[in-house]
Design a protein around this ligand. Structure first.
Ligand code: HEC
Length: 309
């Protein structure tokens, strides 16, 4: 009888293994151009099982036992698609990016800050890469370097420029994020920075617009005065998110598109909005925008001269 019970237990164990994570590693794997010994991957598997499996699942497919109903859902790690990294959006993250995501978590999601011991972190990161075939043929992206903040001691100037870049130059509110100034100001900033006369604005310009993503879910761009910033809300975190973009989403890479002074002005501006979250200031801003005077776009330009008829 006892033997039968043991056979059953072993049988179940074998089944669990067969349907679970990758088979035992017996040879080194090249991941992101680095040769990772089998023993390191097996150690990484143990760490993953302890901290990450409940959500990301044995197979790394994001379907762990604790994943049901989570929004956003735990990432399917087999996709090799990552949002938060100091590399141009869409390129593979560097180990420092994995370490930051694991240690800081992604605020506002179920992805907490996991206190994985230093000695286990590298093994874990390499194991996480082993789920995604991309790592076997590609290497990590080019790092996006955080330049020195040119606005130190000139915060008010940074915010004034940031509001103009956000609404006028980078057009962050045209089709994605909410606006935070009046319609007349959006038109004035657009004219000032691009020379373009704004003739229409989406009616819901104070709401974010849902966007498609590569993750099988629609993504709502954050309302900075309301939502937690998943990439973190320190100045370097915001600079990184803007400069790098958010992989697999509509948020593009802005590094080398905007000058550094404008990237930093945007960073300060977004930080000032994020600082309003959960304060009376956020409600005061919402009231100011709700009670703004009606905006009438300038009349259309005179029809082009059709020439002699
Ligand atoms: C309680 C559930 C939960 C656990 C446990 C968990 N995660 Fe996550 N993880 C998530 C969710 C949810 C997301 C998706 C967040 C998003 O899409 O914005 C995520 C996203 C990620 C990402 C993608 C980051 C990016 O830049 O897009 C990585 C990598 C990751 N997790 C690794 C881990 C590792 C490693 C562990 C274990 C130390 C772990 N997670 C534990 C829920 C979890």
């Amino acid at each position: 009888m006892r033997r039968v019970v043991w056979l059953l237990v072993l049988g179940l164990g074998a089944c669990a293994r067969a349907t679970g994570g990758p088979p035992p590693f017996t040879a080194p794997l090249t991941l992101g151009g680095r040769v990772v010994p089998a023993a390191a991957l097996e150690r990484g598997r143990d760490v993953y099982t302890q901290y990450c499996r409940p959500c990301h699942g044995d197979a790394g497919d994001g379907k762990g036992t604790a994943a049901a109903g989570l929004m956003p859902p735990p990432r399917d790690l087999r996709l090799g698609a990552y949002k938060f990294a100091a590399v141009p959006a869409g390129q593979l993250p560097r180990d420092a990016d994995f370490a930051r995501t694991i240690r800081q978590g992604l605020p506002g999601t179920a992805m907490q800050a996991w206190q994985v011991p230093d000695t286990q972190l590298d093994d874990l990161i390499q194991y996480v890469k082993s789920f995604a075939p991309r790592w076997r043929s590609e290497t990590a992206g080019d790092p996006i370097v955080t330049t020195p903040d040119p606005w130190v001691g000139r915060r008010a100037d940074a915010l004034a420029r940031g509001a103009r870049v956000y609404h006028g130059l980078a057009q962050c509110a045209v089709a994605c994020h909410p606006a935070y100034v009046t319609r007349a100001e959006i038109a004035a900033f657009t004219k000032e920075l691009t020379g373009i006369e704004l003739r229409e604005l989406r009616p819901d310009v104070y709401q974010p617009v849902p966007k498609e993503s590569d993750y099988g879910v629609k993504i709502l761009p954050p309302d900075f005065t309301f939502d937690r910033l998943r990439g973190g809300d320190g100045l370097p975190d915001i600079y990184r998110a803007i400069a790098s973009g958010i992989g697999g989403t509509a948020m593009p890479t802005w590094k080398n598109v905007l000058p550094e002074a404008d990237l930093w002005a945007l960073t300060h501006y977004v930080k000032s909005l994020a600082d309003l979250r959960d304060t009376p200031g956020a409600r005061a801003l919402a009231r100011r925008l709700r009670d703004q005077p009606a905006w009438s776009p300038p009349p259309p330009p005179p029809a082009a001269d059709a020439g002699p008829s």
